[in-house]
Structure formats: C-alpha cells, structure tokens
Design a protein around this ligand. Structure first.
Ligand code: OXD
Ligand code: MN
Length: 587
C-alpha cells in the first residue's frame, strides 16, 4: 500500500521499480507490527540471527559477506558535473557516465525480491534542522537498521507533504560483487546510489552518504555545516552544561570522548558528561549569533572490538537491548555475542564472525576488527536530555585532534576562527606500527572529513571561513593530542576519562576563566592550569607534552605546504596566509 500522494516521491519510486523490477514493493510505515514481521522473515532466511531474549532483549546478529566488511573509499564517488567541484580528495566520475554504468547494474537486480521504500528523517522531524530522505533497498537488514539509526516511517511522509525536497537513495545488494560495487553521490541531483554491498557504512544511506557527503553540499548552499563531529555536554559542579564538538580521524578515541566518564575526583565534586552525538553534527547559526548543533542520527553505529566495561561502559550499556550486532563472535552456549577487548573470557563454544566454529586458543580473531553494533541512542545511560531538542545545543568550543607521537602538544587554542580553520585544515594522524608497519607516516585528514566531504575540500575550507564571518559569537577552536609518547613509545598522557582535565581548561578558556601562554602555534595552558588532582602526574611532566619544538614544526610546515599545493587556486588565500604567518613565527 502506498503511504503518500506526493507525486515527486511516487514518480521516482515508480521509475526505480521499473529499473530494478522487484516482485513486490513494501512501503515502510515504521509500525512495530511491520518491523516485527520483517525481523521474523529475516530470521527465517538466516539474514538475522535472534539472540538470547533474556540477556539481549530484542537483539540480533547479522553477518555481512566476507568480502564486504567496511566502507570502500576506492569505490566511493562524487559525481558532480565538473571534476574540479569534487576536488583532489574525492574520486570523481561524470554523472552521465556513472548513471549509465549503474543503470546497467541495477537493471532487474531485484527480480524475485521485495523492494522496501523507507521514508526517513535526519534530525528531529519537523525541526528547522531536519532533512528528509527516501531509501529504496532490497535488504531487510537495512530496513531494521534504519529504524535504529534514523527517525522513519509514515510520519516522515507526512512531514514531506507534497514537497520535492527530499534526498533520493537507491540501494541494492545486487550480487554483492566487489568488482561492481559503487557508492555514488550526485550532489546536484540530491541522489545517492549504492550497489553490490550489504555493509552498514555503504548501505545505511542516511549516515555518511546523506548526513555528511550530500549534507555538506546542502550546508554550503544554505549557510550551515555538516561535520564529522561528536557533540558532548559537560556539566560542572554548579550545574551549568557547556557543549563542545570534536572532530577526530578514526582510531583517536572519538566514541570514548563522546561518552566520557569523569575521573572519580571530578564525579565526587558533581561533574557529569552528556552525549548528544558520537559521529555527526549539523551546525546552524542561532538567533544569538552562536553556533548550534544537533546530532541528526537516532542511534550509534559503533566499532565493537575494544568496547568494554572498562573502556566505554556507556557504549556497552547502549548495546544491551534492541541492538543489531554485525560480524561479531556468537557464543553458542548462551546465544550472546562477544568481541576482542570485551573481557578476558572468550567463549569456548563459539562461532567466529564468518559463522565458522571458532577456537579462541588458535590465535585467530573471532570478531572482525570492523565489527559493529547498531544501537538506539536512547539506550545510552548518558544520553543528553537535549538529544531530542529541536533547536540543538549552543557550542562553546570546537576540538580538533589527531594521533601524533611528537609535534602536536596536549592542547592548544587557535588565535581566532580563521586560524582555527587553518588548524582543522591541516589535521593529521600518524599511522601506528600495528596497522601498517611504518610508524609515524603522517596522513592528513582535514576536519576528519577527508572521506566525507561531498565537494572540493578547498571550497569547504572557504565555507568554514565564510561561516565564521556570519557568527557574531563563534566557538573557540582548539587542537588536542592525547597520544604524545616518550622515546620508548610510552604514552605520556593517561587519556580516556582524564581527558576531561583538558576539556575543563578548554571550556574555562571559552568563558574567560583560565589563563594561557602565547606560543608560535597558538595559546597553550601553563602546566599548573591543568588540574592533575588524583593522577600521578606533576606539572613538570606536563612540560614534556606542552610547548613547541621549532624543528619539528618547521618540518610540519613543509608537509602542510606540500599538502596544500594539490588544491591550486581553490586553496583559500586566508589559509595560505596562515601558513606563512606560522612559518614566520618559527623562523
Ligand atoms: C564511522 C567512520 O564508521 O567514521 O563512523 O568510519
Ligand atoms: Mn565516523
């Protein structure tokens, strides 16, 4: 049954149905009855495995194809009419050529299958922030995951009304052929096409595809920003909650910061942290000239390995009901799940992520390193009371970060917004020995958006600069590095909950409550300005992770200059100037 009279939606759905030729079309209304029927069907075909109803109520295990376990950046395209509008950091294909290629692949790909039509909203339905989408898919896993990750169903169609303003998304698992796998974005058509994958990051189109790649282009047109950022509320003992956004490349502890648990001494004094978002922030200028943020998602699509009662109890708690686990270990004794780093007791009677009998003593990994949980945000014990707010939360600070063994100090503040945009544009992380064998290879990941910016990165930086001019009270911009090491490679900063000590200084700076010293790269705290009560660190230890090593920073400038050169005349002049200012200060 069709759920709308909107001719724009109906015509597009008809057109796509004529292309993919499904046996049946089902409109997803969002009702629990319909979803439960689909879950039952997926269990009967093996697409989902029902887990222990007592220990993990309402939860399921899903296994993706063994060669379909991660986002495929090499096969992700921005298909703007002009190549220079996609820029040097994106794969590009001419839209006509891509449509032709994809239409050939989609032709008849849903024969014998049901086509599901999912109306969904990114952001609270009816709010000024909300943007709507329709995803067509042949996967029940996608339908039930979209129910967790977005607000979806008939109420979204009601909100769209007869408007043509919605993002079109077509997904088909097709044959799961990696050679014909494409994640294509057509920013000028508000369209996303994903084919031959069943992995969440490639197929839950509301997330990276819409809420970052397409939304970044919408934000540029409409004067707002779509960012790869967590949103954290920090409540001080006086009961005041101040908010920060944070952008970090992968493997820098973003989820842990988003769900931070204050150190004991802080908790005793009444500090508390609230999660508004763990991955994506949409930012708009408020009537007060400040930047206001919402998390457009409704759930967490988190990396499972390493999530434990110790590292992130809030994330673990979020997965204890109504969750879909992907590519983790199945404990056959009690029909629950496990992953490396959850605890020290791997199940003895278990299946690995591929569904094979797994012997935890043979040295093989049981869960895939990129195994995931898809969990409702409401499950998180520290979810912010502002999570459903239609206006969002006012942002006091933006925190950029990366993993640098040397060079970057524990924390520094940019001199102003423009300098802050420079700091974000040159964000970098070093590869670890475990991942590549080559330690210290610097990968630039501007604003942690390298894989997610839907247009030319140079234009994106200009948009940041332009937004700063429109904000009468812009957030202050900081850079942090939790990963400084000594010469033996030991971390010099404890990280995790203790990062609140740095965030406390950051927020105090935003409200004129803390001092700083000016260095060549920006403002840094004096060692005694970071509260170390309850740690075994002294202000003297902090001296090793603050300060500026001119030699290393001169090297850094060479790397930045080389990185910038690929953007040609799309590099904003202001950023070239900021680089010169830094070079001069280091002379
Ligand atoms: C994610 C990512 O899955 O950034 O959030 O890759
Ligand atoms: Mn992410």
């Amino acid at each position: 049954m069709k759920l709308t009279d909107n001719v724009h939606i109906l015509n597009w759905v008809d057109e796509m149905a004529a292309l993919v030729k499904p046996d049946k079309i089902m409109w997803i209304d969002g009702s629990e009855e319909q979803l439960e029927e689909l879950r039952r069907e997926a269990v009967s075909t093996g697409e989902l495995i029902k887990l222990n109803e007592e220990k993990l109520p309402g939860s399921y295990l899903h296994r993706s194809d063994v060669n379909d376990v991660a986002r495929v950046e090499g096969r992700t395209f921005i298909c703007s009419k002009k190549q220079e509008d996609a820029g040097p950091t994106n794969n590009w294909m001419d839209p006509k050529e891509m449509y032709e290629k994809l239409y050939a692949i989609y032709d008849g790909c849903m024969k014998g299958r049901t086509m599901y039509v999912i109306p969904y909203s990114m952001g609270v339905i009816g709010s000024d922030f909300a943007k709507y989408g329709i995803e067509i898919t042949d996967s029940i896993y996608v339908v039930v995951s979209m129910q967790i990750m977005t607000r979806m169903g008939k109420k979204v169609l009601d909100a769209i009304g007869d408007s043509a303003d919605f993002i079109k998304g077509l997904h088909s698992k097709a044959e799961l052929d990696p050679e014909k796998r494409y994640i294509a974005h057509f920013p000028e058509d508000n369209t996303i096409m994903s084919v031959n994958s069943g992995y969440g990051g490639n197929v839950l189109l509301g997330k990276k595809c819409f809420a970052l790649r397409i939304a970044s282009t919408l934000g540029r047109r409409e004067d707002w920003m779509a960012e790869h950022m967590l949103i954290l509320g920090v409540q001080n003992p006086e009961g005041e909650i101040r908010y920060v956004c944070g952008a970090f490349p992968s493997a820098c502890g973003k989820t842990n910061l988003a769900m931070l648990i204050p150190p004991e001494e802080y908790r005793k004094k009444g500090w508390k942290c609230w999660t508004v978002g763990d991955d994506i922030a949409w930012l708009r200028i408020g009537p007060d000239g400040r930047l206001w943020a919402v998390n457009p998602e409704n759930g967490f699509f988190g990396v499972a390995p390493g999530t434990s009662e110790k590292s992130n109890p809030n994330a673990l708690a979020a997965t204890r009901k109504n969750t879909i686990f992907t590519n983790v270990v199945r404990n056959l004794d009690d029909n629950t799940v496990w992953w490396e780093g959850m605890d020290k007791n791997p199940p003895r009677n278990a299946e690995n992520w591929k569904g094979e009998k797994w012997d935890c003593t043979d040295g093989s990994k049981g869960a895939h390193p990129n195994s995931r949980f898809t969990a409702p945000a409401v499950n998180c014990p520290c979810i912010s009371p502002e999570f459903e707010s239609k206006t969002g939360v006012p942002i006091s600070a933006i925190i950029f970060g990366g993993r640098r063994a040397k060079t970057a100090p524990l924390v520094y503040q940019s001199r102003d917004w423009e300098h802050g945009v420079f700091v974000g544009s040159v964000m970098a992380s070093e590869t670890t020995a475990a991942a590549t064998g080559a330690v210290g290879v610097v990968r630039r990941d501007p604003m942690a958006m390298r894989p997610f910016c839907g247009y030319n990165m140079g234009d994106y930086w200009q948009h940041w600069l332009d937004m700063g001019k429109k904000l009468s009270d812009p957030p202050k911009i900081f850079n942090v590095n939790w990963f400084r090491t000594d010469d033996e490679g030991h971390f010099l900063w404890p990280g995790f909950g203790d990062n609140l000590r740095v965030v406390e200084w950051i927020l105090a700076r935003c409200f004129g409550e803390a001092d700083a010293v000016e260095t060549e790269i920006g403002y840094e705290p004096k060692p005694e300005d970071i509260n170390l009560d309850g740690t075994d660190l002294s202000p003297d230890d902090l001296k090793n992770i603050l300060g500026v090593d001119r030699e290393l920073w001169r090297e850094e400038c060479k790397g930045i200059r080389e990185y910038y050169s690929q953007f040609g005349d799309r590099l904003p002049k202001k950023l070239a100037e900021e680089l010169e200012i830094l070079e001069n200060k280091l002379k």
